[in-house]
Ligand binder design. Structure first.
Ligand SMILES: *Cc1c(COP(=O)(O)O)cnc(C)c1O
Length: 374
């Protein structure tokens, strides 16, 4: 039996050949392939203007800078995300304000946002955890009422939809990641969907050292931009991935349907929201009934590993990392995020998995939990 990872990119031969061609072309950093990739992404997002970056983290940070957010400003976000979501707020000198998650969707609880708004609040960064979209209607209603910017951290929701519209095709600023584990990848990379073409010059300056080139070959710099451009090598991978992302996601939905069909619900695990229509199923995460078990989550994961199955943890709540504790956050601040962060396990899910793999995972979980009931 071969080892089953919890995720694995799907890269076809045509894409591999395309990367080889870029390597042979004499131009491997940002160039024609990045432009093609940005145009293809723009088509995917219904014609919105898109710029490619070297990571989703860089994209989020540039989005904050485009909104003029810095010291003295507060940004509302979820404690249950990859730490990048909050780190970028610190990076621009602003203050992260966490709002607990809804225990069912595991996304930021929209009913709690308004009580976290202060005169210093400038923006909300919602995260579509596991690709399940945050309610965009309610989110934007709150943002408009309080005159807040929205930077959608859609790192995990490429191809997800809200009311039939693709995430990224509407809304304020939308950030995606193409990290190797995401539903489509460029190895490392990301993109930002802009709210207006007026943002293009600043976006490009922030992306590459603040440099503006004139047709006569001269250049000018008036801000200290960063360095987060994408390479043509990576863009070529993205050009091979983008036409397939919807079929990758369809395959994920089929596999998840099989998980729901096969999973023994009497084991006491909490399953994700069971709908396979508007999410892209970036991850399939169960919550372990730890209070009824004699083993810890670490031991559970170890026993899965002994059966040649990987399981991940996404995510420990951000506010309990030592950096955030040193800022005053503590246990008990966001009880739902803490409970989910303690109990969550990410099961294998990727397009080239088989139904038999799903059955193997479900059987392993049943065996482990049945043998470790209190
Ligand atoms: C992956 C991810 C990021 C960061 O993307 P990188 O491309 O790894 O920088 C940010 N937020 C969320 C929710 C993510 O899953």
């Amino acid at each position: 039996m071969s080892y089953l990872p919890f995720t694995r990119p799907t890269i076809d031969e045509e894409t591999i050949q395309g990367v080889v061609d870029v390597l042979r072309s004499g131009w491997i950093t940002s160039g024609p392939k990045v432009k093609d990739f940005e145009a293809a992404l723009s088509d995917y997002f219904g014609g919105r203007t898109v710029r490619a970056f070297s990571s989703g983290t860089a994209t989020l940070e540039v989005a904050l800078q485009l909104c003029g957010i810095g010291p003295g400003d507060e940004v509302i976000t979820t404690p249950l995300s990859w730490v990048a979501t909050a780190n970028v707020i610190l990076h621009v000198g602003a203050k992260p304000v966490f709002v607990d998650v809804d225990p069912v969707t595991r996304n930021i609880d929209l009913t709690l946002i308004e009580s976290a708004i202060t005169p210093n609040t400038k923006a909300i960064i919602p995260v579509d955890l596991a690709g399940l979209p945050v309610d965009r209607d309610r989110l934007y209603a709150i943002a408009h009422k309080h005159n807040l910017r929205v930077i959608e951290d859609a790192a995990q929701s490429m191809g997800s939809t809200w009311q039939g519209k693709k995430i990224g095709s509407f809304g304020d600023l939308i950030s995606f990641s193409f990290h190797a584990n995401k539903n489509m990848t460029t190895g490392e990379g990301g993109c930002l969907v802009l709210s207006s073409d007026a943002q293009i010059p600043l976006t490009e300056k922030l992306r590459l050292q603040g440099v503006v080139r004139s047709p006569d070959g001269t250049m000018e710099v008036d801000i200290a931009g960063g360095k987060s451009n994408l390479t043509d090598i990576a863009a070529r991978i993205g050009l091979g991935q983008l036409p397939q992302v919807d079929s990758f996601n369809a395959r994920r939905r089929e596999l998840v349907k099989h998980y729901f069909a096969q999973f023994d619900r009497s084991l006491g695990c909490e399953l994700p929201v069971e709908e396979y229509s508007n999410g892209n199923w970036h991850m399939f995460q169960i919550l372990l009934p730890l209070d009824k078990l004699t083993i810890s989550r670490g031991e559970f994961i170890e026993q899965m590993k002994q059966r040649e199955i990987a399981a991940g943890v996404h995510y420990p709540p951000i506010h309990l990392f030592s950096l955030y504790r040193s800022m005053g956050f503590k246990e008990g601040d966001y009880p739902h995020a803490e409970r989910i962060g303690n109990e969550t396990v990410t099961l294998p899910l990727f397009p080239t998995m088989t139904f038999e793999d799903v059955e193997r995972v479900c059987a392993a979980i049943k065996e482990i939990i049945t043998h470790s009931k209190k």
